[in-house]
Ligand binder design. Structure first.
Ligand code: IMP
Length: 191
């Protein structure tokens, strides 16, 4: 099968795509949105979830795709919501998370991102990041998803109020790893 440099970001989340597009453009990589809802298997392994999402995305688009799977892991809740972050956000949301942590000062957490690339030929390639941080005591204004409650280590504000979220985010670290690998691969293929 012929290799193509055309690349799609498969997601139903336009916020995610906008950030990914901005980050990838810093590496000279252009990406288009393939707006779709992907199969999300129930698993404790984010890598397994990401792999299956990438294979599902490729089978629908028939072009090289990247997908992203994220999870917010809260230490004092034994890593909850972790792989179930999307469902938990849609059900109890940020208010519910803040309520679960009401009586504790232990607010350490991490935001994990897995980028999975699949071109239908080689094995699915995974790129992972993990950003340590804390859950805020109040829900800040702005941002999207868990932005208003996640403060990366070394910062005083949540993602929602950082003007340079892209520099520090779980998304940006995983996409930087992907970009370095992808550009090398293109060089090797003479593209
Ligand atoms: P998923 O990969 O879409 O399943 O992400 C899990 C959950 O984390 C979803 O509710 C996303 O909205 C949320 N999420 C992922 N990345 C971010 C982010 O950068 N900011 C805020 N929420 C995020």
């Amino acid at each position: 099968m012929q290799q193509s440099s055309e690349l799609f970001f498969a997601s139903s989340n336009e916020h995610k795509f906008e950030e990914a597009q901005r980050i990838l453009s810093n590496f000279g990589i252009s990406v288009s949105l393939f707006k779709t809802t992907l199969e999300e298997i129930q698993s404790n392994s984010m890598c397994e979830i990401a792999k299956r999402k990438a294979i599902d995305a490729y089978s629908k688009k028939q072009k090289p795709v990247i997908i992203e799977d994220d999870g917010l892991f809260i230490n004092s809740l034994e890593g909850f919501p972790g792989p179930y972050s999307s469902y938990v956000y849609d059900t109890i949301g940020n208010k519910g998370i803040i309520r679960l942590l009401e009586n504790t000062k232990l607010r350490d957490a991490k935001f994990v991102a897995i980028i999975a690339y699949y071109n239908g030929v080689d094995d699915v390639k995974l790129f992972e990041s993990s950003i340590p941080g804390k859950i805020s005591s109040i829900i800040e204004q702005g941002g999207w998803g868990y932005d208003p409650i996640f403060i990366p280590d070394g910062e005083s504000k949540t993602y929602a109020n950082m003007f340079d979220k892209d520099k520090f985010s779980h998304r940006s670290v995983a996409l930087t790893k992907f970009s370095n690998w992808f550009l090398d691969k293109q060089k090797d293929n003479g593209q």
